[in-house]
Design a protein around this ligand. Structure first.
Ligand code: COA
Length: 207
């Protein structure tokens, strides 16, 4: 990636302006359609992002080129902080999923709520997942993909969060899996049961 320092600004968002919210929600809907967040209404996506930016335990990182948000990522100090936000919004989420007929997502949430999805994961692996940083969502705007921007962005994030020993991520598809494992030396840790496609939990040592 050439001239990156001149063109791109990396930072943690502490407020979200209306135009930035539109860009972020577009990125989420277009690039992370499988994520639970993408099934929510725009109002609820906004509530969620607001909760993320005010939390001391969650961060919304972005990469901007002038006024364009080129990439975003959500990092949690522990997975439980993300679960807490979703849990506080559970009725809103349930209503959104029902009205959009997202029954498979509801079933998967139930699997997760009852902890049946992690029933086969060993205690040691669960400890790694639960006590380290988690990369929850990541996307690069479509016309900026495959130019090394995702790699540049992720390296910036790793530098910021180097206090954590490991970072975990749940990979949703083969391309994301390749990005994390081939380009960023993540390793396969475990699998979470899901209807249709299981989620692969990947881990990378940071320190
Ligand atoms: C995964 C993603 C963040 C990578 O960002 P990027 O800027 O394209 O990454 P880089 O240019 O540094 O590396 C590209 C490599 O990542 C992999 N990759 C994964 N998804 C990809 C995608 N949708 N487009 C292009 N490359 C992708 C490929 O191995 C690719 O290698 P190649 O260019 O040699 O084919 C980006 O492609 C994206 O936003 N994808 C959709 C959302 C997503 O899958 N997020 C991750 C799960 S939360």
């Amino acid at each position: 990636m050439k001239n990156r320092n001149n063109n791109f600004k990396f930072f943690e968002m502490k407020e979200i302006k209306e135009d930035e919210f539109k860009q972020l929600s577009n990125l989420i809907l277009k690039e992370n359609p499988e994520a639970l967040l993408a099934s929510l209404s725009l109002t609820n996506i906004k509530i969620y992002l607001q909760k993320v930016i005010v939390s001391d335990n969650l961060s919304l990182f972005v990469l901007k080129k002038k006024k364009t948000i080129v990439a975003y990522a959500i990092i949690a100090k522990k997975v439980s902080f993300l679960i807490l936000i979703f849990s506080n919004m559970k009725l809103k989420i349930f209503f959104n999923l029902i009205t959009k007929f997202k029954f498979i997502k509801i079933f998967n949430i139930m699997l997760s709520y009852l902890r049946l999805d992690i029933i086969m994961i060993t205690k040691e692996k669960k400890k790694i997942i639960n006590t380290n940083y988690n990369l929850n969502l990541l996307a690069v705007k479509r016309n900026f993909q495959s130019k090394g921007i995702g790699t540049y962005f992720l390296k910036k994030i790793f530098k910021k969060i180097k206090k954590s020993k490991y970072i975990t991520v749940e990979s949703l598809d083969k391309r994301a899996y390749d990005f994390y494992c081939k380009k960023h030396k993540f390793l396969f840790l475990a699998e979470k049961y899901r209807i249709i496609n299981n989620l692969k939990i990947l881990v990378k040592k940071l320190t």
